[in-house]
Design a protein around this ligand. Structure first.
Ligand code: FE2
Ligand code: FE2
Length: 131
């Protein structure tokens, strides 16, 4: 399984890096062979991620970041998908779907989001000397 690496994700904005580090730690610790723990671990990731997104959105509002709507849309979309697949997990084949969603789409989404939208936000905040 692909592991995430914080060194590829650092943006040099302390609050953002902290949330990204927490996500990576939680993701890398998931034991995909342990079905009982899996649901609990994904719930923790969803909760942590909601807080992470809210904080980024607060920063965007505070500093009148111009691309807030499209950025928030991406946040909402992945939370919607995660919630959808975790609900499906109780159905036949649901856990399989949840696992492949996490191993493929979630990891890819996280890395892409950081190099595109979060990097752009961090760049904009640095120009306003936020840390
Ligand atoms: Fe982020
Ligand atoms: Fe973001």
């Amino acid at each position: 399984m692909k592991k995430l690496d914080i060194n590829n994700c650092l943006l040099n904005i302390e609050s953002m890096d902290k949330h990204h580090r927490d996500f990576i730690d939680m993701y890398n610790k998931i034991d995909f062979d342990n079905d009982e723990m899996l649901i609990c671990e994904i719930h923790s990731i969803i909760n942590q991620t909601k807080i992470h997104f809210l904080e980024e959105e607060e920063l965007m509002k505070k500093y009148s970041y111009p691309r807030i709507l499209e950025h928030k849309e991406e946040h909402d979309k992945i939370i919607y998908e995660l919630t959808y697949f975790i609900k499906k997990a109780s159905e036949p084949f649901g856990k399989k779907l949840l696992k492949s969603f996490c191993k493929e789409r979630l990891v890819q989404w996280f890395e892409n989001h950081i190099v595109s939208m979060d990097s752009d936000l961090a760049y904009s905040l640095k120009n306003r000397q936020v840390n």
